[in-house]
Write a protein that binds this ligand. Structure first.
Ligand SMILES: [Zn+2]
Length: 422
């Protein structure tokens, strides 16, 4: 373990450590089994992932509506036929399906869609969750939890808060604030209905009540962070309900309760509404908003991932200036090998070990298998090069040091960030 690493043992050691360290997946759309059917899994869900819908629709000549009217099985059949049989499935999303099937022990060469479906039909969800965690080698998965979603709300209030059942400790909550922050014209009505004394105007009373709502849900969910996904044109400060809610409600509660605020910025919502979930695009953001947040609130913690490739360099530079900013992952359209390679290398070069390299953004349980397999392969390759560079100077490394680096990069930095006193 403390033997110095040599040029000969470097690659094997790094690969072994990267595959060995249990990762924390800091952002997913998965749910613990207690949430029931909102946890998606299995072959049909894998193949109808919205990334694949967008790719298939470039080929098929049917109106979008006709696709949406099909059953899930018919949709999966159409995508399989289009993207896997009529074309070679090397897009990242397609390759992901194949990696998943392969890692589960299925014969990818057979192209036996019927057999794949039968395999999943025989699965028991609880056991399958164990199997997926094992194959993806994960310690913790952070969910996305929306208190405005009635199905989810019911589970939090009736089962978990009431103490009737406990949350599987491998799943941690993230209190998602999109509805509250991005649709105030609707969300204030809902808050009022739930007994919060709010008005559409953000007066002192309303601000206090929104803060009370946040504190209550932090008590209920014990979230790792509060989060929002914002469009590319997000500005702060500005004269808008969103901006005021962030500065007057989220920021103070975030600091008071030591629950970081995660911002995921850069989506162009519903660029093509016909594609529904698959219809969002990407846009560059004005980084002045993040400069402002980090400098104005130095004792608040911000977790940030940005969707535009063009914003990545500025984000890494900003993180050099502000220790209250933790960049994480290569998000959505950036989660492709060539871009992960570029962004991850740049982050290591500008920030050393002080970033969270990846998150899966998985919407389907099984995707954890491929997203982490693909990421691990790249992380190992990049780290080997970085270690080679320092070893070329005569610097001596041990396996224990490599393990310590990898643990931080694969999610350990999230937990230490939470403990920091800024
Ligand atoms: Zn997401």
């Amino acid at each position: 373990m403390t033997q110095p690493i040599t040029e000969k043992t470097l690659q094997k050691t790094v690969e072994q450590v990267v595959w060995d360290v249990k990762a924390t997946d800091v952002h997913t759309h998965l749910y613990a089994p207690i949430f029931g059917d909102i946890l998606l899994w299995g072959f049909n869900e894998l193949v109808t992932y919205h990334y694949l819908i967008a790719e298939a629709m470039r080929w098929v000549d049917i109106p979008y509506d006709e696709y949406w009217q099909k059953t899930k099985v018919e949709q999966a059949d159409l995508i399989w036929q289009t993207l896997f049989l009529e074309n070679t499935p090397y897009s990242e999303a397609c390759r992901g399906v194949l990696t998943t099937l392969d890692k589960l022990g299925l014969d990818v060469a057979s192209r036996d869609i019927k057999g794949y479906r039968e395999y999943f039909n025989d699965k028991q969800l609880d056991e399958y969750v164990d199997e997926v965690f094992e194959l993806a080698n994960l310690k913790t998965v952070v969910m996305t939890n929306d208190p405005f979603n009635s199905k989810e709300r019911h589970v939090w209030l009736e089962k978990l808060k009431a103490g009737e059942q406990e949350l599987d400790p491998r799943f941690r909550a993230a209190l998602r604030l999109d509805m509250l922050l991005c649709s105030w014209e609707k969300s204030w009505h809902q808050l009022k209905e739930w007994g919060f004394d709010v008005t559409p105007e953000l007066n002192g009373q309303t601000v206090g009540e929104v803060q009370r709502f946040l504190r209550e849900w932090i008590q209920i969910m014990n979230p790792v962070y509060m989060a929002v996904s914002l469009t590319y044109d997000f500005m702060l400060p500005e004269k808008s309900a969103q901006s005021e809610l962030i500065e007057r409600c989220v920021i103070p509660v975030s600091r008071e309760m030591n629950v970081p605020f995660a911002l995921m910025v850069g989506v162009k919502r519903q660029l093509n509404p016909g594609l529904k979930d698959a219809g969002d695009g990407v846009g560059k953001m004005d980084m002045a908003s993040l400069d402002y947040l980090c400098s104005q609130y130095p004792h608040n913690k911000f977790l940030v991932t940005l969707l535009a490739r063009e914003n990545q360099h500025e984000l890494a530079v900003l993180a050099r200036k502000f220790r209250n900013l933790m960049p994480f992952g290569c998000w959505w359209f950036l989660n492709n090998p060539s871009l992960i390679e570029e962004i991850t290398s740049m982050r290591l070069e500008l920030l050393g070990n002080s970033v969270i390299l990846q998150h899966s953004d998985a919407r389907v349980l099984d995707q954890l298998i491929y997203k982490w397999a693909h990421s691990r392969q790249l992380i190992a390759e990049i780290l080997v090069r970085k270690y080679q560079d320092v070893m070329a100077t005569g610097w001596v490394l041990t396996e224990a040091e490599i393990r310590q680096d990898v643990e931080k990069l694969m999610g350990g930095n999230l937990w230490s960030f939470l403990e920091r006193k800024l």
